[in-house]
Write a protein that binds this ligand. Structure first.
Ligand code: PGA
Length: 236
């Protein structure tokens, strides 16, 4: 693991954006897998800014969705697709043929097969950028889950259910998620984990100090190719 501690959220986002930009420039045609959630907003803004300045072509690579809540679609504010559309795919002008994402309104098993086939067709994931849940989850790889395929349907952990209002503005009766598996993510050529803010400090400490399936992010964090970028408030 390469641990990078930056002064604040903006610097964390800048470091992540520069790493992603270098990868895109050096690996055109490869497949990228970005998390939704609040943490990557700053990184997305900087990547889009680089493209506006002509430093980067975000359509020179492909994108695959990381996860989705089962039962919601793009009309629901707070769904992963809505977050990714509004903060990345639309402002970055990503062409439809450059991306494939989960549809939370379709049959979850069919969606997993669709995304797994897409990952296979691209020869695996080139680079992934992943936020970390309060319980150490990655995508919807919840504590203790062990998906042997590239994608899977997962029962949401209680901690994940408790943060639902942060995204949806209200509590929704969601119980499952679809996700790219820890296995598929661990096979990516480059892995970037990002975390910001005091509320993540306790889980970051656990991730750095241990490696086990109850903290899914720790399985990725301890790989040699992984870069864990945090800001100072998330690092104690
Ligand atoms: P966050 O979510 O970026 O909104 O903190 C991370 C996660 O739960 O995966």
């Amino acid at each position: 693991m390469n641990l990078i501690v930056k002064k604040n959220y903006i610097e964390m986002s800048t470091t992540a954006a520069r790493t992603v930009a270098d990868f895109i420039i050096n690996n055109p045609g490869s497949l990228l897998c970005f998390c939704a959630g609040d943490t990557p907003y700053g990184m997305f803004e900087q990547l889009i800014e680089m493209q506006k300045k002509g430093l980067l072509d975000l359509n020179s690579v492909y994108y695959v969705g990381l996860d989705e809540w089962v039962g919601v679609g793009e009309e629901t504010t707070g769904s992963c697709v809505q977050v990714m559309n509004d903060h990345f795919y639309l402002p970055a002008n990503i062409k439809p043929e450059r991306k494939l994402i989960f549809n939370g309104l379709n049959n979850p098993q069919d969606e997993c097969k669709k995304i797994a086939d897409y990952i296979k067709r691209h020869g695996g994931i080139g680079l992934t950028v992943l936020g970390i849940g309060m319980n150490g989850h990655i995508g919807f790889n919840e504590p203790g889950t062990d998906i042997s395929e590239l994608c899977g349907v997962v029962a949401l952990d209680d901690v994940t259910k408790s943060v639902l209002p942060k995204y949806f503005g209200r509590q929704l009766p969601l119980t499952q998620g679809v996700t790219v598996s820890t296995k598929a993510l661990s096979e990516a050529k480059q892995i970037i984990l990002i975390a910001s803010g005091e509320k993540k400090a306790a889980i970051i400490k656990k991730i750095i100090g241990s490696k086990n399936r109850d903290i899914p992010a720790s399985l990725l964090a301890h790989l040699e190719k992984t870069c864990l970028i945090v800001d100072r408030s998330a690092y104690i």
